[in-house]
Design a protein around this ligand. Structure first.
Ligand SMILES: Nc1nc2c([nH]c(=O)n2[C@H]2C[C@H](O)[C@@H](COP(=O)(O)OP(=O)(O)OP(=O)(O)O)O2)c(=O)[nH]1
Length: 332
């Protein structure tokens, strides 16, 4: 992963007439119990009352590392050693555009104090989402608490079901913890049985499961639901209860906005690179991905010709990580 020592990267291509992008750097500071420090934005400032990761704007000519060290000394009275990047989130607000570049703090010394009158809270990672935060922080919290790989299953096709299930088990053994069960070409009866077996295998491994498109099958199996982009236009409300995840595949900003309005937990956007399944499709590329991500506050996986080797690049453009069929399915 890149570190804060690296130079600032230019933001996504700005739409014509868009305001200049403000570079903001923030740190994930942990205590010995693994809790993460949040600070509350004080009255009279933009986004007052919301909780944030401590940090602030770059001063002219400053690197991310220098800005982070200065901000955390001024705001909290601590000396920090920045580590790996968590995620860099391009985000548009109604009156400004910023890039929130978030780094893990590898080590720190001193006593944490709110030197600017800000309230502070040490928060266990699983409780971060309970704190009201600015839109740019939604992908940050997801990056800290949710899987960076989202496996999309390949069609079983002519393969034996047992062989396909054994491959799924190998993917889970390799660390996959979020699975999209997808086989639109599979005969329905066969798929219902195979999907049921796959859900059992995923649960055994502690992985979260979503089935593709079929809300009835998701309800029957008690899984989440991954919507096709076309379904976003037909649904008036979230098709599952709140405790079950709903996600969506999106190709346009309009679809991303529909996914957000519907209450999807995350989206998948691509194709970033050319893929074997869509060799003639024009790839989106990372800059367009980042420009799309700027306008919603959703965690977004990048898809299309990607593997785990692309996770750092994905995070650098504001993605939660990578979604893939071939890139995450073990070789036979
Ligand atoms: N430090 C920090 N800032 C964040 C986070 N999320 C987020 O949207 N921001 C925004 C709020 C601010 O607009 C900007 C950070 O600016 P700042 O904290 O240095 O400065 P400020 O209060 O003077 O900013 P402003 O009112 O002029 O916008 O980034 C976050 O998690 N941490």
């Amino acid at each position: 992963m890149p570190t804060a020592k690296q130079e600032t990267i230019p933001a996504a291509t700005a739409p014509a007439g868009a305001p200049r992008v403000i570079e903001v750097v923030a740190g994930v500071i942990r205590d010995r119990r693994g809790r993460i420090l949040l600070a509350r934005r004080t009255e009279g400032r933009d986004l007052a009352g919301l909780w944030e990761f401590p940090g602030g704007k770059h001063e002219a000519g400053e690197t991310a590392e220098a800005a982070l060290k200065r901000e955390l000394r001024e705001e909290l009275g601590i000396a920090v050693e920045p580590g790996d990047r968590v995620i860099r989130v391009p985000q548009a607000y109604p009156h400004k555009r910023l890039c929130l570049d978030v780094y893990d703090i590898r080590a720190w010394t001193g006593t944490v104090r709110g030197l600017e009158g800000q309230a502070l809270a040490w928060v266990p990672p699983h409780k971060l989402a309970d704190y009201p935060m600015p839109p740019a922080d939604v992908p940050v919290v997801a990056a800290l608490t949710q899987p960076d790989c989202y496996l999309v299953t390949p069609e079983p096709g002519g393969e034996e079901d047992a062989t396909w299930l054994a491959s799924l088990e190998r993917a889970l053994a390799a660390g996959i913890r979020r699975v999209h069960l997808r086989a639109p070409a599979c005969e329905r009866g066969r798929w219902r049985t195979l999907a049921g077996q796959a859900v059992a295998v995923c649960r055994e491994a502690g992985a979260q499961v979503l089935v593709n498109a079929d809300a009835e099958l998701a309800q029957a199996l008690g899984t989440g639901l991954h919507l096709r982009a076309s379904q976003l236009r037909t649904l008036a409300e979230r098709p599952l209860p709140r405790d079950l995840p709903v996600a969506a595949s999106c190709h346009t900003l309009e679809e991303l906005r529909l996914a957000q309005a519907l209450g999807c937990g995350w989206a998948v956007v691509g194709a970033i690179k050319p893929t074997a399944s869509h060799p003639d499709a024009m790839p989106l590329g990372w800059a367009t991905f980042a420009a799309m991500r700027e306008s919603v506050a959703l965690p977004i996986y990048a898809i299309g010709g990607l593997t785990p080797d692309d996770i750092a690049e994905a995070r650098r453009h504001g993605a939660q990580g990578v979604a893939a069929i071939r890139g995450l399915w073990p070789a036979a």
